[in-house]
Ligand binder design. Sequence first.
Ligand code: GLY
Length: 398
Amino acid sequence: MHMRARSSDVLVVGGGIIGLVTAWRSAQRGLRTALADPEPGGGAAQVAAGMLAAVTELHYGEQMLLGLNLASAARYPEFVAELEEASGQGTGFRACGTLVVALDSDDRAHLRELHALQERSGLESEWLSGRECRRLEPMLAPGVRGGLRVDGDHQVDPRRLASALVTACERAGVVFHRAWVRRLGVTGGRATGALLADGTELAAGQVVLAGGSLSGRLDGLPDSVVPPVRPVKGQVLRLTVPPAYAPFLSRTVRAVVRGCQVYLVPRADGELVVGATTEEMGWDTTVTAGGVYELLRDAHELVPGITELPLTETRAGLRPSSPDNAPLLGPTAMPGLHLATGHHRNGVLLTPVTGDVMAHVLTTGELPEVGRPFAPHRFGRSPLIASPEALAPQEQPA
Ligand code: GLY
């Protein structure tokens, strides 16, 4: 494609929170930045609960990711303060901590293992008896057998975060193109921009592909640079705590019930988010009776009083997941093309550090130390790339 019109230094393809933070940081560094997305601020952030769970979502074999997660968690207070100042909007950040509880002896054994792993990893986490858990959170079920108190795992409201990032981008001079990207522009083997669905041609010195779970679907990408990202469905419920019931919960409460993660995230404004299913269902975003039933059943086992609350929303989103559950950040084999995608369960948590890593990449061409393990070239061509027919364009999250 020969690019003529509308040129910028950087074009970000995808306006979810990862694309937005990349564009914001890029513009702050003095780069003329454009972003293409039909609905900036949409995508998975509209569904996500917003747990900043570096410690409580630690998994065996993910030590490398832990370093990035902790680096981003440490940035959060300063990041939201800067973003709130820049946008004039709140983000709902709450330094509330998290309690992970066990409902039976199997859960308790699992939690003991998690606690040992956390301690070996040098993380702060305190073992509590069931009685101590209920003293902290009186709405917990009498049967709770023990738990882990993690005071460093906080929360933010992803919808407010996304909205604040849109405004911060606008104020920093990011040019929004509210349209689908039809295909990547490539000239002489180099990424040079994109063609939009409305026919607009965008030229750019560097292109960042931040299209969430659809990042592997952009036409014009040679196989060697297609990111191995697949959608992993999560169904999430939103309830409301009436003022008479407050404080219902004072911190995030989570557990693994019959092998499934369930978490309850209480916002300061009375919203209570309950999540989430983890389903390999391709591009399906249907909210199912079974998904809602399982979430409510498991949440009810943790906190029986939940059945009294109004259920205000049910929704499903798609996590953009890579083969090792860690993001793909930085330059690809195609000159001029970078990735910022594949954040799986940690997109909200990793927003601050992703912005910093991508700003460094865009201004120096190199990944900073913290981002180096997440270079896209750690994967060869992946068999996990979705088939092009799998999704109608209007369903595309960013
Ligand atoms: N980080 C929570 C989730 O992906 O469900």
